[in-house]
Design a protein around this ligand. Structure first.
Ligand SMILES: Cc1cc2nc3c(=O)[nH]c(=O)nc-3n(C[C@H](O)[C@H](O)[C@H](O)COP(=O)(O)O)c2cc1C
Length: 188
């Protein structure tokens, strides 16, 4: 947890592709964050596939570094794609690594979930799967506003800028609610 006035949020996108709408949504969140909140986007491209035999030898360096970043953060913001009605494999794989003992850093951590998809439901099904996982890990997920960016191809421009004003307003409102949630959880 950070000890100065700034509320530090670490963000993870569940998509590795360059043109990812979810990564673009996190960049929009950086722009729209309320005063006093900073959002750092973690790169999960180097997180290996989960293997319990590997973990038994110690967390791989990229995993340990991300666990430490989450531990030090005041909150976590996750943007998940929807793959086959659930979260993406890379998102699940990353969460599985982070969730392992000792001292799994999602325990008691304020978390906000969002997502962008090409479909009409804007990752609704994936987000509820993600929320379910945090019951076991005792992550404190903000209930609402829920940010589900449907038909993402119409909401971002070719450079990945979020250009749909109602979506920008909704995302900004969620971040304000998340800041209040982090304070309420006593994390800041
Ligand atoms: C394996 C796979 C499964 C998908 N399944 C769904 C789905 O269940 N629902 C949906 O709305 N979109 C689905 N899509 C489309 C994604 O929403 C779309 O590819 C989106 O751009 C992924 O997020 P990204 O832009 O952050 O990479 C799927 C895409 C892939 C590659």
């Amino acid at each position: 947890m950070s000890d100065d006035e700034t509320m530090r949020i670490v963000a993870i996108s569940g998509s590795l592709r360059k043109g990812s709408f979810n990564s673009a949504a996190l960049r929009a969140a950086q722009e729209l964050a309320p005063q006093g909140m900073t959002i750092d986007i973690a790169d999960i491209a180097d997180i290996p596939l989960y293997n319990e035999d590997v973990r038994a030898q110690g967390f791989p360096a990229p995993v340990e570094a991300l666990r430490e970043r989450i531990r030090a953060a005041d909150g976590v913001l996750l943007a998940t794609p929807e793959y086959n009605y659930s979260i993406s494999g890379v998102m699940k794989n990353t969460i599985d690594w982070i969730s392992r003992p000792p001292g799994q850093p999602f325990d008691g951590k304020p978390i906000a979930v969002m997502g962008a998809s090409g479909g009409l439901l804007g990752t609704a099904r994936a987000q509820y799967h993600l929320r379910q996982s945090f019951v076991f890990m005792n992550g404190h997920v903000l209930n609402r506003p829920e940010v589900m960016i449907a038909q993402a191809q119409n909401k971002f421009d070719a450079e990945g800028k979020l250009i749909d004003q109602p979506t920008r307003d909704f995302l900004a409102a969620m971040l304000v609610a998340f800041a209040a949630w982090v304070r309420r959880m006593g994390a800041k």
